[in-house]
Design a protein around this ligand. Sequence first.
Ligand code: G3H
Ligand code: 13P
Ligand code: ZN
Length: 370
Amino acid sequence: MPLVPMRVILEAAEKGGYGVGAFNVNNMEQAQGIMKAAVETNSPLIYQVSRGALQYSNKTILRDIILAVSAQTPELPVAVHLDHGNSPESCKEAIELGFTSVMMDGSLQADGKTPADYDYNMKATKEVVDMAHAKGVTVEGEIGQLGGIEDGHGSGEEKVTDPPDVKKLFDDTKMDACALAWGTSHGAYKSTTGKPPVLRHDIIAEVHKLAPEIFIVSHGSSSVPANLVDAVNSFGVIKKYKSEDGHRHLAGYGEDFDLDADDAKKIVDFLYESERMPKSVGVPMADLKKGIQNGVRKINVDTDGRLAVTAAILSVMQEKPSEFDPRKYLGPAREAVYEFAKNAMQGFGSVEHAGDVEIVSLEEMSKRYK
Ligand code: G3H
Ligand code: 13P
Ligand code: ZN
C-alpha cells in the first residue's frame, strides 16, 4: 500500500477514541524496529522525521529507507510526517520528498527559538495549508509554547495553550491537527523534582469540546523510563570511574596526580556525576491515557526511542568492549526500539486498529479538501 495521508489515520483514531504514536526515526534500525512493533500489534503507524534527521541522512536516503521498510508490509497504513517544520519552505521540501503530512510549527519563528505572535503563526500555517491540501497532504500546526529545549529547538519558556486560540487558528487556517502546550516538554529532562510534570488535562478537554474538528497532538510525550536512564548511566561512563570493589577512582590515572585522598574523591565524584544523565521523570503512561480519553489523537515520542537505542548499544559494548561489528550492537538496538514501540502502541490503544483506516490516496484527499 502506498503511504496514506496522516489525516485518515487520525480520523479513525478519533472515531475509535484511541491514540496513535508518532515515532521519530533517523535510521534503518529505528524504522525497522518500529515497523515490527506495528505489524505485530496490527497498529496504524506514523513515522516522523525532523529537519535534523533529514539533514543527517542526506534527505532522500531516510525517505527511501522509510519507503523500503513500509513496502515490505503493504497491509499496514503508514503516514510519513515532517516534525517541527520551521517555515513554509521546509514543509514544501518535505511535500516534494513525498511526505504525507507536515507540521508547520508557527508557534516559533524560523530560528526555532523565538516565540512568534499569532499573526506570524496564522500566516505561515495558512500558507502551508494551501500548499499541502492542494496535494492531499495533512497539516499539523502548533499554538502555545512547550517548555524545554531539545537540540536547540524551543524557546525554553513555557506558555500553555489558551483553548480559544486553537479554535481561532483552525477557523483562520483549516489546519487538520494542532499541537498543544499542556505541560509536556521535549527531551529527557521534563521534570527534575522527582515527580512527573504537572499536566493540564483541562486544556485538552476544553480544546476537544471547543473544536472537535481538530486532531489534538501531544508533543514531548516520552515517558523517560527510569530503567533506560539507569541503563545508560550504568554502562560505559561508570566503568571509567568505578573499580571492581565499587570504589570510584580515575581508572588508569591513579599514579599521575599528586592529590590527597579527599581531593581525589571530590574530583572523581564530580566527573562521575557530571557525565551521568540527571534523574528526571517523563510523562507517565497513565497521564497519556487520560489525555487520549480527553481527545489526544497523535502522541509524539522521540526521546524514549533514543534511550532504547543508546542503552542497548552501551550494554553490548560493556559486555564486549572489543566488539567491532556494527550489526552486533545495532541489531540489539533495533530489538530495543521494537520493545519500546510495542509497549507504547499497547498503551496508546492503537493495537488491532490498522484495519480501521480508510485507504485514501493523496489525490483523492486533495479533492476532499476542495
Ligand atoms: O521535537 C524534536 C524532536 O525530538 C526531534 O529532535 O531535531 O534532534 O531530530 P531532532
Ligand atoms: P520527546 O522528547 O518527549 O520524545 O518528544 C518528542 C517530540 O515531541 C517530537 O516532536
Ligand atoms: Zn515536538
